[in-house]
Design a protein around this ligand. Structure first.
Ligand code: GAP
Length: 511
């Protein structure tokens, strides 16, 4: 029997505890579509909120928009997606199963074949005698397959439409209105969070490669001549990022290079301050979510790996149980998209600069996948130690629930007091959960399993002396403290301003 994949353990918890399940599961699912359940929805929202706060709301010159997911064909004709947004497909001549050619090669030989020509892929398949993984049948020649979902707009189907394969295009095609809104001044950024769709040949690995997924993107417009004059670069200059250069890839690398963003730009490891700024922001965001800093890096993609619109990509890759996976795409899109749409619509997208110079801005684009970040957090926070149950060590900023309130017993007024406390915590803004069923140890285990950082227990002392017990998920330590201090103590613990040992004046309870 094959060994259970680490990912399968996580999927099992996700299904059982309401994080994520396949769409249309009772009809057998539809490959590559997933629904977030009650806990998954809470956690997904926290991930989006973290991005929105630091990448959009905390910035001076960035606004968020929300565009349509279905766009007319003309948009994708101009953007190049109709001609170039393709993956190489091979089909089994016996059972008709279809595969992404580079994936099947990587699975069979560990060779990275992304970006190779159809001819090159065919040669590798034939040289290595790669056959259908399902039935061992012979594979067809490789052909290009366009990943966009096509539909018809209107009852007579006069216009072809496509579900957007990235959120970015809405921003480029609204550029004229957006630049007016931003008073024709560079630099400025437009952010968008929403669904994108790709008819992946072989969706796999749960949320990592789906056919519908969400992106949090920013198109940051700047004057190319001022690419090293980012207004807030000094704020991130000292932040260390992990980089894998092309040179390192040629020589073979074990460890990424750790370097400050400032040094990375000075030494030209990263092309400009705009890009480096986002690499620092992403580093900080992932670490805050519980992803260890040594488990991800920014790899300078080879030219043949980068998308058709990109003059350079530094994708954030994470070391996951299924291998190195791209979690975030960071592209220097230059003025490619604006020039294409300007040409196709006879528009002028030039902006007059204060010195009279006219520029079509360049674009730096951090594109964060919600599902891939969500899964990375699940995997990096998953713990299987000697507790007898698995648990998630989510930092409170991503934990779907923040506190669980338990009455020791349902009787003698304990349940009523616990419910009152639960309600008060909710009123104070905590994501609180009330649970009175089963033995207390079982309830702790259930709370740990879904990563609730703190449990509050109401017992007979609570009635006598108005105290409660808080249990820390990570250490399983417990302290007793006056009920009136609960809200503040929880706040300090969750913000990292205090840890359990700092509550010295309160009674420590032996486990
Ligand atoms: N606008 C740029 C863009 O779309 P990308 O590298 O193709 O660039 C950006 O995608 C991010 O979107 C990826 O790093 C990943 O997080 C997410 N993403 C892309 N395809 C995905 C898929 N099939 N399933 C889940 N997430 C995906």
């Amino acid at each position: 029997m094959s060994e259970e994949r680490f990912m399968d353990k996580i999927i099992e918890v996700c299904l059982r505890r309401g994080f994520v399940n396949p769409t249309a599961e009772i009809y057998g699912g539809a490959g590559g579509f997933y629904d977030y359940g009650p806990l998954g929805t809470l956690m997904r929202q926290k991930i989006i909120d973290l991005w929105r706060q630091s990448f959009v709301l905390d910035e001076d010159n960035i606004f968020e928009v929300a565009g349509s997911v279905l766009l007319p064909e003309a948009v994708f004709k101009a953007s190049g997606h109709l001609d170039s947004f393709e993956d190489p497909l091979v089909q089994c001549e016996q059972c008709n199963s279809m595969f992404k050619a580079d994936t099947i090669i990587k699975d069979a030989t560990s060779q990275i074949a992304e970006g190779l020509s159809l001819d090159e892929l065919d040669k590798i398949i034939s040289k290595n005698n790669i056959s259908c993984p399902n039935c061992k049948g012979t594979l067809s020649k490789t052909r290009e397959f366009n990943l966009m979902f096509k539909t018809e707009i209107g009852p007579t189907g006069g216009i072809n439409g496509y579900l957007r394969p990235e959120t970015a295009q809405n921003i480029f095609i609204n550029f004229k209105r957006l630049v007016n809104f931003m008073r024709n001044k560079l630099p400025f950024g437009i952010a968008q969070m929403g669904s994108s769709f790709r008819n992946e040949i072989s969706p796999r690995n749960f949320l990592i490669r789906g056919r519908e997924f969400e992106q949090m993107e920013i198109e940051m417009f700047y004057d190319h001549d001022k690419e090293n004059e980012h207004p807030r670069f000094h704020e991130v200059a000292d932040i260390e990022i992990n980089v894998v250069t092309r040179e390192m890839q040629e020589k073979g690398w074990d460890e990424p290079l750790k370097v400050t963003t400032e040094a990375a730009v000075e030494e030209k490891l990263i092309p400009n301050q705009y890009l480096a700024y986002y690499l620092a922001m992403e580093t900080e965001m992932l670490q805050a979510m519980g992803v260890p800093e040594d488990s991800f890096w920014f790899r300078h993609m080879q030219d043949n790996e980068a998308p058709h619109y990109s003059a350079g990509n530094f994708d954030l890759e994470a070391d996951l149980s299924i291998g190195h996976m791209e979690i975030i795409g960071n592209a220097l899109r230059t003025d490619y998209d604006l020039q294409k749409h300007a040409k196709a619509t006879n528009s002028n997208f030039e902006i007059a600069m204060p010195d009279g110079k006219k520029v079509v801005p360049h674009v730096c684009e951090p594109s964060l996948g919600v599902g891939r970040i969500f899964y990375t957090v699940l995997e990096k926070c998953f713990r299987e130690d000697n507790r007898g149950w698995t648990w998630f060590q989510f930092p409170p900023v991503v934990a779907p629930l923040e506190v669980a309130v338990f009455p020791l017993m349902k009787k003698d007024g304990l349940a009523e007091l616990a419910q009152e406390i639960h309600q008060e915590l909710k009123d104070a803004g905590y994501l609180s959960f009330y649970d009175e069923s089963g033995k207390i140890g079982k309830r702790y285990a259930r709370a740990d399993e879904i990563g609730i950082p703190y449990c509050v227990t109401v017992d007979y002392d609570s009635l006598k002396e108005y105290s409660v017990t808080i249990r820390d998920r990570d250490t399983m330590k417990q302290i007793k403290l006056p009920l009136e201090d609960l809200e503040i103590a929880l706040g300090e613990l969750m913000d990292g301003e205090a840890d359990f040992d700092e509550f010295k004046e309160f009674e420590q309870i032996e486990k």
